[in-house]
Design a protein around this ligand. Structure first.
Ligand code: 0CN
Ligand code: SF4
Length: 309
């Protein structure tokens, strides 16, 4: 009998649920179209579903008609984008996760205090663009511990480091350590900026990965936190694949896999986990074991104008 191991927590986090609910409520109250700048969260199913209900995803504000409503995605936007929305007379609704907003506030505070900000993150990711945009002239991106050696800073006594919320916890710790070693006066978050959901999904997967021959991570290719789960499994020596859903499963992967770990990134809907497990059951008898390492009860308030009802 094949074992299916389900690490928990997995799938939607509080920030993703909030972002999706914002778009849903706007669709209900105002009817389509509701414009959304970038993918509301990095998941093809979520985006496809909202699109079918009247959401229109755009990559530039220019694509939004004058005076229309536009939602900013969970990953946050640079202040310049907010300014542009205001200039164009758009009605902007901010679905940025409050934990990303918190990093923006820290960036603002550090910059106001005259610090250079060392941002740990991946170049080109939307969250990095947004956080960098808080103080673009004062922010330097580092992606690896090796980047730390190459850093040139104006004043090593006036530095603050911050991080993208959806990175590998171990990798961020490694980079933070390299920063502290090279710049002993650097200020940084007490722990790190990697959010509770990213951390929990990594810890949960780590608790089962040694038992799994194969790990399936449900998530879309552009989802940072989902990719970090695949990496974690690979580093631990398991074969791992990122899948958008059951259709992506290659039957050849299942041959000889006696124990399969199935998890999902923070932007992947929980129904997809059920669908993947049902698909695995079609390939022979399975037992399903959930392994929970933490409970998540966090819920974020909706923007004021969307509360109630
Ligand atoms: O997959 P996501 O939409 O985003 P990243 O992991 O690529 O940052 O998950 C939600 C996370 C946020 C913000
Ligand atoms: Fe917020 Fe973390 Fe979820 Fe991103 S992964 S939306 S930062 S809770």
């Amino acid at each position: 009998m094949r074992r299916v191991l389900l690490p928990a927590p997995r799938s939607f986090c509080a920030g993703v649920e909030r972002a999706i609910e914002i778009v849903e409520r706007l669709l209900e109250r105002h009817g389509p179209p509701v414009y959304v700048r970038n993918q509301i969260v990095h998941n093809a199913h979520v985006v496809g579903d909202l699109e079918s209900r009247g959401a229109v995803f755009v990559s530039e504000l220019e694509e939004v008609p004058e005076g229309a409503m536009v939602v900013f995605s969970a990953h946050g936007v640079a202040p310049a984008v907010e300014d542009e929305a205001r200039r164009r007379g758009l009605d902007a609704v901010d679905a940025t996760c409050p934990l990303v907003t918190k990093v923006h506030s820290e960036a603002g505070r550090a910059a106001a205090g005259g610090d250079t900000i060392i941002l740990i993150g991946h170049e080109g990711h939307e969250e990095v663009e947004g956080t960098t945009g808080v103080a673009p002239e004062r922010t330097v991106l580092v992606e690896t511990a090796a980047d730390v050696d190459r850093l040139e800073v104006a004043d090593p006594e006036r530095l603050t480091f911050l991080a993208q919320t959806t990175l590998s916890v171990t990798e961020v710790e490694r980079i933070a350590m390299a920063l502290r070693r090279r710049f002993p006066a650097i200020k940084g978050p007490a722990k790190d900026d990697v959010c509770y959901a990213t951390t929990n999904r990594q810890t949960a997967l780590a608790s089962v990965v040694d038992e799994a021959d194969l790990v399936l991570v449900i998530g879309s290719p552009n989802s940072s936190n989902s990719n970090r789960l695949v990496e974690l499994a690979e580093v631990a020596g398991a074969e791992a694949h990122l899948i958008d859903g059951p259709a992506d499963i290659d039957p050849a992967w299942l041959t000889g896999a006696a124990a399969i770990g199935v998890t999902a990134g923070a932007s992947a809907p929980p129904e997809l986990v059920d669908e993947v497990v049902a698909h695995l059951a079609e390939h022979g008898p399975i037992t399903v074991e959930e392994r929970r390492i933490a409970e998540e009860h966090l819920e974020f308030l909706l923007p004021q104008r969307l509360r109630g009802g």
